[in-house]
Design a protein. Structure first.
Length: 133
């Protein structure tokens, strides 16, 4: 049984949707991946894997996001910009999505959060975020 076969029988199966999204993302099809993760988030809105996968797919899909996906990305950006802690990688990827959605002030906030989340004890993360340092 393939993942797509499972989804034909159970279109709202969250684990199968996340697995399919991950496969499409690795196969360099971020548009289909974003759609699978978006559906997974409709079924299971608090699923951290679905949210992380959606952010990865959205950053790779760029301007090809649907209006609903762009709105979802903006809602995640707003939440992350005000969260007590922020994952710097997710913040950077969402910042890229915000730039592509012409939401530059949101991108600025996210990048500020990403840099603030990196401590001197994580030089490799700082180098990834700010390669010129």
């Amino acid at each position: 049984t393939t993942i797509e076969g499972v989804l034909k029988r159970e279109p709202a199966h969250p684990k199968a949707l996340i697995a399919a999204g991950s496969i499409y993302l690795r196969a360099k099809d971020p548009v289909t991946a974003a759609a699978r993760f978006e559906t997974a988030l409709k079924v299971s809105p608090n699923d951290a894997l679905a949210r992380a996968g959606f952010i990865d797919a959205a950053s790779a899909a760029g301007p090809q996001l649907t209006p609903a996906q762009a709105k979802l990305a903006v809602s995640y950006a707003d939440a992350l910009a005000t969260a007590p802690t922020a994952d710097p990688v997710s913040a950077c990827r969402l910042a890229w999505v915000m730039v592509q959605q012409h939401e530059v002030p949101s991108a600025d906030k996210l990048l500020d959060r990403a840099v603030a989340a990196v401590t001197p004890s994580t030089p490799s993360m700082l180098k990834m975020l700010l390669p010129m340092t």
